[in-house]
Write a new protein. Structure first.
Length: 226
């Protein structure tokens, strides 16, 4: 009975780990055939799936190259391909864009958005900008406990009027970094403009209220000691 349950789950779930622990001496094609065997696919089904998925992740031309020579983004796309071999209903991605350059991050992010049309895709990530525009719902967990759960616009609306920009002198920067959540800063002539996420804006400077982002919310929730 336990074996049957595990076999059933294996056909429902697809998983992409954070660590890209691939077999460097395997070609991509051999790796996908190996994973197909582990997932219990028939030979013809595996062949059709591999051909289709190589095209889907734009790696057809790299099918017979060794995984050890792949870039981080290519390895991530290879992992996505293996996760989709069994056409899972639920796809779990652990930090899918960690360590990737901006171009590869955008490519992976857009691809995830495409395949989510007919699947449940669960993404665990600290790179909040990657999910701000593609996630239908967001769950915030802190120390294993549920903090909040809603759509991105609704979550961000919780910190309306709590994000401000303040123009300060250079020598004041350390004070603000030590006493406020600073989500961004940039130079403006001889001044520095700091973006603060706070319930109590500083009274000794003019504060301009700005539109909050999911990254601001992340700071507000997970840096409450400030």
């Amino acid at each position: 009975m336990k074996y049957l349950k595990m076999y059933s789950i294996n056909h429902v779930l697809g998983y992409i780990p954070q660590q890209q622990g691939l077999y460097d001496d395997f070609t991509l094609n051999r790796f996908l055939w190996y994973m197909s065997a582990l997932k219990g696919l028939k030979k013809k089904e595996a062949k059709d799936k591999i051909t289709s998925l190589l095209d889907t992740v734009n790696l057809t031309d790299s099918a017979h190259k060794k995984l050890g020579g792949f870039s981080g983004g290519m390895k991530q796309r290879a992992l996505i391909a293996q996760a989709l071999l069994n056409d899972p209903k639920i796809l779990i991605l652990d930090e899918p864009t960690a360590g990737l350059d901006p171009k590869e991050r955008i490519r992976i992010r857009n691809f995830i958005s495409e395949i989510a049309e007919d699947k449940i895709v669960l993404i665990s990530t600290h790179v909040v900008s990657d999910i701000e525009f593609i996630a239908k719902e967001i769950i915030l967990l802190k120390q294993g406990k549920l903090v909040s759960h809603d759509t991105c616009p609704n979550l961000v609306s919780e910190i309306e009027n709590k994000v401000v920009e303040v123009e300060i002198d250079r020598e004041e920067l350390k004070y603000y970094q030590d006493n406020y959540r600073v989500s961004n800063l940039y130079h403006n002539g001889g001044k520095i403009v700091v973006r603060l996420v706070t319930d109590n804006p500083p009274e000794n400077h003019y504060s301009k209220i700005v539109k909050p982002t999911l990254e601001d919310l992340y700071l507000y929730v997970f840096e409450q000691g400030l």
